[in-house]
Design a protein. Structure first.
Length: 390
């Protein structure tokens, strides 16, 4: 490896984003943020780094292990580089915007950094775009946040979009009354995550029938709802299930052509969620392109009963995964402009979407220079002339 190659080497999971991909990513972020804004979601911009205790509290506890730490030389306090932006938006809502009328609608775009990647997502730095609806407890808030995400993704051309719904508190609420030790609880939770009917039957006790019925209720929404509607559950689990039914029905009215699936026992990745959770998929992409759900926006921890918390729901979209399912952007026409052309003559071209590439030195062959700079046209005789083939 040469010295130049060694200097260009980056840590695993980090990469340079080059033209035209970098511009395409920025365009996606701005288009999505503008669409969120049209629905009343005002944009905020949290810092890349902040004190560790606020960054990893509440919803941030879920990504605490993925957070880079560093010592602030000014305050001598430990800081963290954000691994997710949801916690930061909650902090802003509960401090800077505490007097703003609720429900509070906020959106954001920005880069996050994680300690390690995963098998499905080896990238450790990537762009997030998202929205949070804070101070609204109704199922209509869940419906709105999902519908806005779907509409925005469709607007930028994401194909074959689907959403998978889950209710993370449902199974814990059902298992709460079961006389299970810690090991038994983990074994049953793991069996449910794996959809292992045999193990669920072994550990499920008096709730075996209900738990197996919940697993049977996994799949396309209409089929799942038929199974789930027939269940007889105790108070708290029944309330959570009813909320899911309301959300599915509401999405069906608002987005009748949306492909909706339901997995009422899924919990992985939704550990801090307190209500309906959801994941967005696009056929052909190996992982999710976004997700979110209901949670408690709080500054003092993940306890859903915290007096300082507010009911919230929101979503985060992963721009790198989205880019993989979108067609490559159309190449903009580029015109080479020799030295001496008045800048005002080219303003209309740029307003019409052209890219103007200015030459600095006189050249005998403007067409050759245009080709060298990857232009499709050259400015000649007061107009953009296409380059001749050859």
């Amino acid at each position: 490896m040469t010295d130049l190659e060694r200097k260009a080497l980056l840590p695993a999971g980090l990469r340079d984003i080059l033209p035209p991909e970098a511009a395409f990513e920025a365009e996606i972020c701005e288009t999505l943020a503008a669409d969120f804004g049209s629905h009343g979601y005002d944009r905020v911009k949290p810092p890349l780094v902040e004190f560790e205790d606020s960054l990893t509290s509440g919803a941030g506890a879920a990504v605490s292990a993925d957070t880079f730490r560093l010592m602030d030389p000014v305050s001598q306090r430990m800081m963290g580089v954000r691994a997710d932006m949801t916690t930061q938006v909650a902090r802003i809502a509960l401090t800077r915007l505490t007097d703003t009328p609720r429900p509070l609608r906020l959106s954001y775009t920005g880069e996050v950094l994680r300690v390690r990647g995963t098998q499905l997502r080896p990238e450790r730095q990537f762009a997030q775009v998202g929205a949070e609806l804070i101070g609204a407890e109704s199922a209509e808030a869940d419906i709105e946040i999902i519908a806005i995400a779907v509409a925005s993704l469709r607007k930028i051309g994401v194909p074959h979009l689907s959403v998978d719904l889950t209710i993370p508190p449902l199974v814990p609420a059902l298992m709460e009354a079961m006389p299970l030790g810690d090991d038994e609880y983990r074994a049953l939770r793991d069996a449910l995550d794996r959809k292992d009917v045999r193990s669920v039957s072994e550990h499920g006790g008096d709730h075996v029938e209900a738990l197996c019925s919940l697993m049977d209720g996994t799949g396309p929404a209409m089929t799942a709802l038929e199974v789930l509607s027939a269940l007889s559950l105790p108070g708290a689990p029944a309330k959570e299930l009813n909320r899911l039914l309301v959300v599915v029905e509401g999405l069906g009215h608002r987005l009748p052509d949306l492909d909706i699936t339901v997995d009422p026992v899924e919990n992985r990745g939704f550990e801090y969620h307190t209500g309906v959770g959801f994941t967005f998929f696009s056929r052909g992409e190996r992982g999710e392109i976004g997700g979110g759900g209901r949670y408690i926006a709080t500054l003092n921890g993940a306890d859903a009963g915290n007096d300082n918390g507010e009911a919230a729901t929101g979503f985060t979209l992963y721009v790198d995964n989205i880019m993989r399912v979108l067609p490559s952007p159309a190449t903009r026409l580029r015109v080479y402009v020799p030295p001496g052309v008045p800048s005002g003559d080219l303003a209309d071209l740029r307003n019409d979407g052209w890219v103007t590439v200015a030459g600095f030195d006189d050249t005998e062959d403007a067409s050759a220079e245009a080709r060298r700079l990857k232009c499709s046209h050259v400015w000649a005789s007061g107009r953009a002339e296409p380059l001749k083939q050859g």
